[in-house]
Write a protein that binds this ligand. Structure first.
Ligand code: MN
Length: 471
């Protein structure tokens, strides 16, 4: 709706920082402003939740705090396209191109993000950290880019992790078994803390890049540079060696402590359930830096922004990985009902029997979150859940076309997996058999339907009275 008001995207304009994107949203009537003083506990999240498909929102003086909060930066795929400067249809291709052609960042000396420096850290005193869902353990930094460095080679990783405020200078963090977790294991084996920074208040391209499914030691900030069309300016942290975006709003500098585990959770997550409380990694925060007049960004756990940010980068990078193995793969979609993580639909131009099952196995291997893969022919609209269900209803037989793999690594946040994150994968081959005769799968069609000029054909509706009366 309001997205229609956005001006036509230009091929080279991508918002390069949070303020540029907020300015663009305001200019296109997509930024609401709350009255000052909205409460940080639940109230701010409730307002954001109610506006999430319609408007971004700024909260001045939340609970009286000097720093305002921004939420709902992305409401739809159309907004993401607008932010990256492409149409919705070109989104996946643009993102794939950025992953294929990463642009290294440059280091600068002076950075707006270091204008104010707090060495006497008091996170909840210095930052307006909201509490989102009902059973969340308390305030969480939910939209912080966590930047860490491989302790062996210094290559940086960018990802997002939920960060519970556990004390004045202490954060409980969930590290799932991917890159930050691996770096922290490497540091721990060497008996060292892992240097990290949590960066709050960045542009949507940076948030999207952080969700790319790329190999370890692929610095996601280089994807940001490619999306921006210019190298990102990074600055060295004040108290460690991590480099952070110079034009971000807020940075927390710290260390993942080796051999320390403390309770973290519950926290409302993307599957629409809570991640449970357990002993997790701990970050000691050494310094907070921020811009003059900084803006804090939050993402409501499980909300649309959370799902969109997870979905699109995953689609683009999973497509890339599947196409590398089989050029018959045309497109992929992570459905909304599958919370943009678990259920994948793959469109193929089938050439070989058995091909669909190989593609399923490639998808299961591309990311452990993927739980169900439906493979369909190229005539099926994979963004339409009913069309995908029709393909399953009419092109799939469970005794022939179903693949189940048990005891695989799965999402720890899926409540049906066991505690170690073990679950099953399911693949459905809903493609037409190549041996089928031409007639059996000919889709019905009314000649001319859709092309009729209704104004030329239809009479005034009042003519109905005479026809009905004259039986
Ligand atoms: Mn990574």
């Amino acid at each position: 709706m309001t997205a229609e008001k956005a001006p036509a995207p230009s091929a080279n304009h991508c918002s390069k920082n949070l303020r540029e994107w907020l300015t663009h949203l305001a200019a296109t009537d997509r930024l609401a402003v709350a009255k000052p003083g909205v409460g940080l506990v639940h109230e701010l999240a409730a307002v954001s939740d109610q506006l999430e498909l319609d408007k971004a929102v700024l909260f001045p003086k939340p609970d009286g705090h000097e720093i305002p909060v921004a939420a709902n930066l992305l409401a739809s795929r159309k907004w993401i396209g607008d932010c990256l400067g492409v149409s919705e249809d070109d989104l996946i291709a643009r993102y794939q191109d950025a992953v294929r052609n990463p642009l290294p960042w440059v280091e600068v000396e002076d950075a707006p993000v270091q204008a104010v420096v707090h060495t006497d850290v008091d996170i909840n005193g210095q930052l307006p950290v909201p509490t989102h869902n009902e059973l969340d353990s308390g305030p969480y930094i939910a939209a912080g880019l966590m930047i860490s460095r491989n302790p062996k080679n210094g290559i940086q990783n960018v990802s997002i992790h939920r960060c519970q405020i556990s004390g004045k200078d202490r954060i409980g963090v969930l590290l799932l078994p991917r890159h930050t977790w691996t770096y922290s294991q490497m540091a721990e084996e060497a008996g060292q803390a892992l240097e990290v920074a949590i960066v709050i208040g960045v542009d949507p391209a940076s948030l999207l890049a952080s969700q790319a499914i790329v190999p370890m030691d692929f610095d996601e900030m280089e994807i940001v540079g490619a999306l921006h069309g210019a190298p990102v300016e990074m600055v060295k942290c004040k108290t460690n060696n991590v480099r952070v975006p110079a034009h971000a709003e807020i940075v927390l500098e710290g260390r993942v402590l080796p051999g320390v585990a403390e309770p973290e959770g519950p926290f409302g997550e993307f599957p629409q359930y809570y991640g449970r409380r357990a002993n997790r990694h701990v970050i000691q925060v050494d310094t907070i830096t921020h811009r003059e007049g900084a803006i804090f960004h939050t993402i409501v756990g499980g909300g649309m922004e959370h799902l969109l940010l997870g979905g699109l980068p995953r689609e683009a990078t999973i497509l890339e990985s599947l196409q590398r193995h089989d050029p018959a793969v045309l497109d992929v979609h992570l459905s909304r009902g599958g919370i943009c993580r678990y259920h994948l639909v793959v469109k193929i131009d089938k050439k070989q029997e058995g091909q669909a099952k190989n593609i399923m196995m490639g998808a299961f291997a591309a990311h452990y979150d993927i739980k169900q893969v439906v493979v369909v022919d190229k005539d099926v609209n994979i963004h339409d859940g009913e069309a995908v269900e029709w393909a399953i209803a009419t092109r799939f037989q469970a005794d022939q076309d179903l693949l189940v793999v048990n005891n695989t690594q799965a999402s720890k946040l899926d409540p049906t997996t066991t505690d170690g994150g073990v679950g099953a994968k399911m693949g459905l081959d809903a493609t037409i058999p190549l041996a089928a005769d031409d007639f059996t799968f000919t889709v019905i069609k009314v000649p001319g339907a859709g092309d009729v000029d209704l104004d030329a054909v239809l009479d005034d509706a009042s003519a109905a009275t005479a026809i009905i009366a004259n039986e």
